[in-house]
Design a binder for this molecule. Sequence first.
Ligand SMILES: C[S@@+](CC[C@H](N)C(=O)[O-])C[C@H]1O[C@@H](n2cnc3c(N)ncnc32)[C@H](O)[C@@H]1O
Length: 304
Amino acid sequence: MNFKEAKNEILQTLGRTDPQDFAKIIDWLKNSDDLDDFLVDNQKAILISIAEDLRPCLPMEAVFPSETMAIQKTQQTSKPTVHVDAFLYDEETVDSLCEEGKMSRNYCLNCGSHRTAPLEFISHSFSVSELRFLFHHVLPELAGRLVVDVGSRLGSVLYGGYLYSAAAQLVGVEISEEFVKLQTMVVEKYGFSDRIQVIHADICSQAALVQNADVLIMNNVFEYFMEPKDQARAWHFISQTFLKKGALLVTVPSIQEALISLQPTNGVSAISHWLEEILLDYSAYLQNDADPDSLKQIHLYRVL
Ligand SMILES: C[S@@+](CC[C@H](N)C(=O)[O-])C[C@H]1O[C@@H](n2cnc3c(N)ncnc32)[C@H](O)[C@@H]1O
C-alpha cells in the first residue's frame, strides 16, 4: 500500500469511528508508544537496505584481500574464527545462509564425522541493534554536535547516527580507500551528504577534527589493522588531541583492555587524568534483539 492508499484507509477508518471515541483515537495516533515500532522499523529498514546494497560489493567475509593483517590475526586465534560482519549479516541472514550451505556456524572436529564445534565469529562493524543501543541508550541527545567515527569502514556508525540521532555532523575517517569508496556510494545513494562526510586518511593526520569532536567513536579500530607500535602511537595521538572538556569517547572494548597488550604505551596520558568512565545500565535497555554480551563491550567515557 503506498502513501495515498494508506492515507485514504486511515481517513475512512476515522470516518467509521464512533464519534464519542474520535478524540481518543486522534490522541492515540498523536501520542501512543504503540506507533514507535513503526518509526524505528523504518530506520531499521533503511539500514537493512544499505546492508543489502553493500553485500555484493565485498567478499562474504567482508574483508578485502589487501587487509593482510586482519586476515593473519584471525588465522592466529586459538579457536577457529571467521569474519562475519554484523552490520551486513544479522542473525536471521546468517541462519538463512547456513540453511543454504553458504555459511557455517560450526566446524568439523574430525573431518567426515558429525562431531562439530561452534566457530568464533569476528565482526568489524556494529550490528543494527548495537547502533540503536549506541544512539538511543549510550549517548545523550546529539543535536548540534559533531560525531567522529575513527575507522568508519562500511559507514555503519555514520548511517546509524544519521537515522537514530539528530547529530549535526557525522564524520568518518577511514584509512582504507576501498572502504571510503563504499561509504561514499551509500552516502550519495541515500542522500545523507547534508550531515555525513567521509575522509580518506589516517586518524593521526586529523588533529583539528579530533580536537573539535563532541563524540569520538572507536570500535576496535586499531587492533586488527595496525602493528602494536603503531597502535600505541595512534592511542598516544588520541590521548594528546581529544581534550575538549566534557566530550564523550565510546570504545569497544574498554580503553584499559585496548591498551593492556600495548605496554609500554609510549606516553598515553594516565587515563584517570584524561577520562572518567560513565557506567552504563545495560539492564535498562529493553530491546531484546541485541546480544547482551556484545552490548557490554561498549564503554562510554567523558573527557575531564
Ligand atoms: C573494526 S573497524 C570499525 C568499523 C566501524 N567504526 C563500526 O563500528 O562499524 C576498524 C576500521 O578502522 C580502520 N582503521 C584502522 N586504523 C586506522 C587509522 N589509523 N586511521 C583511520 N582508520 C583506521 C580500519 O581500516 C577498519 O576499517
